[in-house]
Design a protein around this ligand. Structure first.
Ligand code: 8ID
Ligand code: ZN
Length: 354
């Protein structure tokens, strides 16, 4: 029995307040288009991207009115009629990630860069996302969740986990290398520490405050730099790395300041991996030293279906654990305030049953 209405967190205008509605319509089975499925959500992580979207921070704007959210886990309760060859079934537990759907036919999709498909549907940005009890998603793109990992522990793997897993995989590093993680105490960053450790990397965590410091060191960071207390972050990284700098920096800070020193503390041949998404800032790097030191500058945008399966598999086997606080959906506004203030260590996961 699928209800006709549900609880949902709706943003009606950019920068406006979030309205928690209790009578938001649920799409009926007969109205689902082929390829769509309806997922009854257990929970959803809240990502800084949802805040950027609600505030209209980016050059790309969200569709309004908007239900945000793209780290959902729940159970498929309906699949559209005339859906051919669905890889999932009613009753399956699945995850909803940022990339809700793509055409699967274009060059980018064929190459596994489906997140760059020109017809991509983005959960909580161009289509309604997971800050509601029942979300419409797409059978080809939902991620099967392995048994043995509870939904709330899996949720933030669907964006934060997948994103840093792929970014680190492509960071041109190998076991024993130094990796710097600005933003290490946040949602993406605390998972980056753990995926980096799985690959045998040595982690220098950069963030601020006692709580994030403790979390980063507990999760396996070898060194900690507080960006608000350090007098010279470049010098600190050089001191830690024997004067030659780190092999890679994967930047997940939500502000551009996390990027500023990276080229200077990378060693020759090093890689700057851009992940954090400040809306308007430019990458400000010395062209001379980028060339002279043979630095690679790369960007990494979420992950494809295979990245999602690999990232969730590592978490399901207990090698990576999301550090999260569980809150009711009605607390979303307060969660955004915490994110703005930078006071959330790890993640907040919204429990749809509360
Ligand atoms: O596909 C992608 N590339 C992708 C996927 C998901 C999220 C990108 N993102 C983007 C988000 O849109 C956001 O811009 O990554 C950024 C981080 O998302 P998040 O991890 O969800 O945000 P958070 O939990 O607020 O963590 C950000 C951390 O950065 C720290 C903060 O203290 C916080 O812990 N930070 C900041 I702001 N400035 C810093 C600095 N100068 C810094 N850490 C080090 N140095
Ligand atoms: Zn996200």
């Amino acid at each position: 029995t699928i209800p006709k209405t549900q609880k949902a967190a709706v943003v009606t205008k950019t920068g406006g307040s979030i309205e928690i509605k209790t009578d938001h319509p649920v799409k009926a089975q007969k109205d689902l288009a082929p390829g769509e499925c309806l997922v009854k959500l257990d929970c959803s992580g809240a990502c800084h991207t949802d805040l950027h979207a609600a505030l209209g921070d980016w050059p790309l704007k969200a569709t309004l009115p908007l239900i945000g959210g793209h780290e959902g886990v729940g159970t498929i309760v309906a699949i559209a009629d005339h859906t051919s060859k669905s890889p999932v079934n009613v009753g399956d537990r699945v995850g909803i990630k940022w990339l809700a759907d793509s055409c699967l036919q274009c060059e980018q999709c064929r190459k596994g860069l489906e997140q760059c498909c020109s017809e991509a549907k983005l959960s909580g940005f161009t289509v309604d996302g997971t800050f509601q009890e029942y979300v419409v998603s797409y059978v080809n793109h939902v991620t099967p969740i392995p048994e043995g990992i509870p939904s709330d522990e899996a949720a933030s793997i669907l964006c934060a986990g997948v994103t840093v897993y792929r970014a680190i995989k492509n960071s041109q590093t190998q076991a024993g290398d130094w990796i710097v993680l600005p933003g290490a105490g946040g949602g993406l960053g605390h998972l980056a520490i753990q995926y980096a450790r799985v690959r045998g990397l040595r982690v220098i965590a950069i963030d601020t405050g006692a709580e994030k410091k403790e979390l980063c060191l507990k999760l396996g960071a070898e060194k900690w730099i507080d960006f608000k207390e350090s007098k010279d972050i470049v010098k600190d990284v050089l001191d830690i790395t024997g004067g030659v700098g780190a092999h890679s920096a994967v930047v997940t800070s939500a502000s551009s300041s996390g990027y500023v020193q990276a080229i200077d503390y990378l060693r020759a041949g090093g890689t700057l991996m851009a992940v954090g998404l400040p809306g308007t800032a430019k990458l400000d790097a010395s062209i001379f030293f980028t060339v002279f030191k043979s630095i690679s500058v790369l960007g990494s945008y979420v992950g494809n279906r295979q990245d999602a399966r690999e990232a969730i598999d590592i978490a399901a086997r207990g090698q990576v654990k999301v550090h999260f606080a569980s809150r009711p959906l009605a607390d979303l506004k307060d969660v955004y305030e915490g994110m703005k203030a930078g006071t959330i260590a790890g993640r907040v996961v919204l429990d749809m049953s509360k």
